[in-house]
Design a protein around this ligand. Structure first.
Ligand code: ADP
Ligand code: MG
Length: 713
C-alpha cells in the first residue's frame, strides 16, 4: 500500500493544511513554488515507492537537492506520526543545521516552530509534548535519548541525515539502530547523505547475508564549476582568501561568494578586513562608480540564530540606480560544505583547510587542529558554486597538492576521537563487549583501552568494566564524564554551587571577548577580574560579578565579556542544576564569609581534581616546560591563562595543539591533593622512575606527616 504522491501534491495545492486543518497562508504558497523546483520534490513518487515497502532504505542526493527539508515532510504524509502520537526524527551532526532547518521546515509546513515541528539540541529543547511530530535533532541528542529509552519507543521513523559526515554519534547510532530494527518491526529507518560509498551502508544494514538495502539516488541539478589553482602554496591562507574575494568582486560578473575558513576568530577577522578593504576602495572617487556594494557575513556554529538567518538574505542593491550590482560574501566553516545550502553562490574560495578533531591515545590528547581537507571535501566545496548557474572555485593551493597530498576521504570521527563519553554511553546502554560491537568502522583498540582506563579511574566502571552506581549517575549528564564526576563529588567539598557555575561556563562558548583592535584593553579588563590560583576561579569570579551587576546592561560589554555567552552559561547552569536535583546531589555553598574565601578557593580546586586528575602537569626546571603526568608530554601555558608565578603543579581542561602544544584553562594544585583526591590513579609505587615519581613521592611523605583534616566544613 504505497502513499500516492499525486494525493500529496493535491493536498499541498488544495489550500487546507493537512496536518492541522487550517487554511494555508500566502507565504506557504510562495515557498511551495520554491520547493517544487527541488530535485527531491520531483522524485516524491519514487521515494514513497521505496519507503513504504522497506524497513530500512538509503537516500543519496546532491547537497541542496532538498533531502533535509523535504524527505522528513514526505515521511510525515506516509507515516502519519501526528495521528498515532509518535514522532519522526531527523538527525543532524551540527546544532546549527538542526535549528536552522527546523525553522525553515516549520515555515514550509505553515506551522509554528516548537509546536508541530521542533528541534532538540544539547541544552535546548524546542519541542512540545503531545504536539511535536517532526523533530530535527543532533545525532548526539538521539543517542542520549536512547540511553533513557533503549527502544526509542516515541519514534516511528528515524532519518539519519548527513551520514557521510561519519560523526561519532552517527556511527554509534547506526550500530544501535541496526540492532533495534530487529526488535521493533514497526520502526523505520532512512539513511541519508550527500556523497557516500552507498554499498558499504547497503550491506551494513542488510539483515541477510549478501543482500543489499534499497537505495534511491537522486541526481542534483548542478551546473559545471570551473576549478582554478594557485601556482604556489600560500603561506598565509587567510590573507590569500581575502585577496581572492577582493579580486572576484572587482573583476568577476555578479554572483555571491562563499569562503571556507576554519573557525570563529579567523572568520570574524576576515569579515572585518574584507569590509574595511571594500570601504577603502569605494572611498576612492575613481573606483566608486565601478565597484558595487558588498556585504560580508560570518557563518559558524556559535553564531546567534538571528545572525545565522542573515545568510539567506538577498545581496545588497546597487548604490545608485543602474550602478554596479551588490554582492554577498559568506565566510563560513565546514558548516557550509554540506549541512546548509545557500542559494546564489557562484564563487567558492577554498584555502583547503578545516579544523578537525584528532586524538592521540598514546598521550591521551584530543585536540582540534587546522588540517588539510580531503579531496572529497574539496569537491563538495567546489560544488557549492554550481547551485544556480555555472560557477568558479578558487583553490588556494597548487593542483599537485590536490592530486598528490590530500587524502581521498576524511577518516570517520570514531578513528580520531577520545571515546570516554561514548564508552560510558555504551555501558549505560548495556553493551558489554566493546571490542566485538558491530561498528561500521571499529575504533583502535588502544583508544578503547584509554576510554576504559579513564572511566575506571573516575569510578564509573568497576574492575570488570561494568557500570557502577556512580557511573549510572554520571551518564545522566550531557557532559564529558570528567565534568559529570566533579559535579557529583563537589558537595563533599562544600562548594557544589560554585563548581556548577564553573562547569556551566566551561560548557558554554567562550565568555572572554578579545576584539583585534582592543586586545590590550580586553586583557586589562580580564586581569582586573582575575583571581590568584587559576583560570577556573577567575571564570567563577567573572560570572559572579556579572550576576551582581545584572542590572547594568553595559557591564558585560565594559568588561569585555560576552553577554550572550554568559546568558547561555546561565541557561546551561539551570539545566545542569535540574539534573543534579533529580539525582539528589545537594547544591551548597558552605563558605559565604569572605574570611573563608581562601578555603573556598582551595576546595573548589580540589573538587575540580576529582574529575581532572589525569589532566595534570608538573613544571620541569631543566626542560623549562610543564610535563603532563604519566605521559610526560611537554606543554606551555596558553597565553590566555592568567595564572601567575609558574606553580609547580597545575591542572588543565584543554590541550591545544598549535605549533607549540599549550594547555588552556589552568589552575594551580598541590601535589598532596592529587594523592588524597585520586589515590587510585596516583599510586606512585606503580609508576616508572623519574622526576615526576620523585616529586610525587616527596609530596606523599608530606601528606602523611600532616594531620588529617576533613575537606568539607
Ligand atoms: P539538502 O539536504 O539536500 O542539502 P536542503 O533540504 O537543506 O538540501 O535544502 C533545500 C533548499 O532549501 C535549498 O535550496 C536551500 O537554500 C533552501 N533552504 C534551506 N534552509 C533555508 C532557510 N532557512 N531559508 C531559506 N532557504 C532555505
Ligand atoms: Mg541536508
Amino acid at each position: 500500500n504505497v502513499t500516492d504522491a499525486q494525493d500529496v501534491r493535491l493536498s499541498l495545492d488544495g489550500g487546507i493544511n493537512y496536518f492541522n486543518g487550517r487554511p494555508y497562508s500566502e507565504r506557504f504558497k510562495k515557498i511551495l513554488a520554491k520547493r517544487k523546483e527541488l530535485a527531491v520534490y520531483d522524485r516524491m513518487a519514487a521515494f514513497f515507492e521505496m519507503y513504504d515497502r522497506t524497513q530500512v532504505c538509503l537516500y543519496v542526493g546532491e547537497t541542496g537537492s532538498g533531502k533535509t527539508t523535504q524527505i522528513p515532510q514526505f515521511v510525515c504524509y506516509s507515516d502519519q506520526p501526528h495521528l498515532k502520537g509518535m514522532i519522526v526524527a531527523c538527525t543532524q551532526p551540527r546544532r546549527i543545521a538542526a535549528t536552522s532547518v527546523a525553522k525553515r521546515v516549520a515555515e514550509e509546513m505553515d506551522v509554528t516552530l516548537g509546536k508541530e515541528v521542533g528541534y532538540s539540541i544539547r541544552f535546548e529543547d524546542m519541542t512540545t509534548p503531545d504536539c511535536t511530530f517532526l523533530k530535527y535533532m543532533t545525532d548526539g541528542m538521539l543517542l542520549r535519548e536512547a540511553m533513557a529509552d533503549p527502544t526509542l519507543s516515541r519514534y516511528s521513523t528515524i532519518i539519519l541525515d548527513e551520514v557521510h559526515e561519519r560523526t561519532l554519534a552517527t556511527d554509534i547510532l547506526m550500530a544501535l539502530l541496526k540492532q533495534l530494527i530487529k526488535k521493533r518491526a514497526d520502526l523505520r529507518l532512512i539513511i541519508m547523505s550527500a556523497t557516500l560509498d552507498a554499498r558499504k551502508f547497503q550491506t551494513y544494514f542488510s539483515l541477510e547475508e549478501g543482500a543489499l538495502v534499497p537505495l534511491l539516488k537522486v541526481p542534483g541539478r548542478t551546473h559545471p564549476v570551473e576549478v582554478f589553482y594557485t601556482e604556489e602554496a600560500q603561506e598565509h591562507y587567510v590573507e590569500a582568501a581575502i585577496r581572492a574575494v577582493l579580486t572576484i568582486h572587482r573583476f568577476e560578473i555578479p554572483g555571491d561568494i562563499l569562503v571556507f575558513l576554519t573557525g570563529e576568530e579567523e572568520i570574524e577577522d576576515a569579515c572585518k578586513k574584507i569590509q574595511q578593504e571594500i570601504e577603502f576602495l569605494i572611498s576612492h572617487k575613481e573606483m566608486a562608480s565601478s565597484i558595487g556594494p558588498l556585504i560580508c557575513l560570518p557563518l559558524y556554529s556559535s553564531l546567534p540564530p538571528q545572525q545565522q538567518q542573515r545568510i539567506f538574505d538577498a545581496p545588497p542593491a546597487p548604490r545608485t540606480h543602474g550602478g554596479p550590482p551588490g554582492r554577498k560574501v559568506i565566510v563560513a566553516t565546514n558548516i557550509a560544505e554540506t549541512s546548509l545550502t545557500i542559494d546564489g553562490i557562484v564563487y567558492v574560495v577554498d584555502p583547503g583547510f578545516s579544523k578537525q578533531k584528532v586524538y592521540n591515545p598514546r598521550i591521551r590528547v584530543e585536540s582540534l587542529i587546522v588540517t588539510p581537507i580531503s579531496q572529497a571535501s574539496a569537491r563538495q566545496r567546489a560544488g557549492r558554486a554550481g547551485r544556480t548557474r555555472p560557477g568558479k572555485c578558487f583553490r588556494l593551493y597548487p593542483e599537485q597538492v590536490f592530486t598528490k597530498e590530500l587524502e581521498s576521504q576524511t577518516p570517520p570521527e570514531i578513528l580520531r576521537s577520545n571515546l570516554g563519553s561514548t564508552v560510558l554511553e555504551l555501558a549505560k546502554l548495556g553493551i558489554k563487549d566493546l571490542v566485538t560491537f558491530d561498528y561500521i568502522d571499529s575504533p583502535a583498540p588502544e583508544t578503547l583501552m584509554r576510554a576504559l582506563e579513564l572511566l575506571y579511574h573516575l569510578g564509573a566502571l568497576d574492575t570488570k568494566f561494568t557500570l557502577t552506581p556512580l557511573g549510572t549517575v554520571m551518564a545522566q549528564f550531557p557532559l564529558d564524564p570528567q565534568y559529570a564526576k566533579l559535579l557529583i563529588e563537589s558537595p563533599k567539598f562544600g562548594c557544589s554551587r560554585e563548581v556548577l557555575t564553573i562547569v556551566a561556563l566551561l560548557s558554554a562558548p567562550n565568555v572572554w571577548m578579545r576584539p583585534i583592535h582592543k586586545q590590550r584593553e580586553a586583557d586589562q579588563a580580564k586581569w582586573l577580574l582575575s583571581i590568584p590560583g587559576g583560570d577556573h576561579l577567575t571564570l567563577l569570579n567573572a560570572y559572579n560579578q556579572y550576576r551582581l551587576n545584572i542590572r547594568d546592561p553595559q557591564w558585560a560589554w565594559k568588561n569585555y565579556l560576552s553577554k550572550r555567552n554568559l546568558a547561555q552559561a546561565d541557561n546551561i547552569r539551570a539545566q545542569l542544576q535540574r539534573i543534579m536535583e533529580r539525582n539528589d546531589i545537594p547544591i551548597l555553598s558552605n563558605f559565604p564569609d569572605p574570611k573563608t574565601e581562601a578555603q573556598l578557593h582551595e576546595n573548589i580546586r580540589k573538587a575540580l581534581l576529582t574529575g581532572f586528575f589525569m589532566q595534570v602537569a608538573h613544571w620541569d626546571i631543566e626542560k623549562r616546560a610543564y610535563l603532563t603526568v604519566k605521559d610526560g608530554q611537554a606543554v606551555q601555558l596558553h597565553p590566555s591563562s592568567d595564572l601567575e608565578g609558574k606553580p609547580d603543579w597545575v591542572m588543565f581542561n584543554e590541550f591545544v595543539l598549535t605549533t607549540t602544544p599549550y594547555i588552556r584553562t589552568v589552575s594551580a594544585v598541590e601535589p598532596g591533593w592529587l594523592l588524597t583526591e585520586a589515590p587510585r590513579f596516583y599510586d606512585v609505587s606503580s609508576w616508572p622512575e623519574g622526576t615526576m615519581r620523585d616529586a610525587l613521592q616527596r609530596a606523599s611523605k608530606r601528606v602523611n606527616r600532616k594531620p588529617k583534616r576533613s575537606a568539607a566544613t
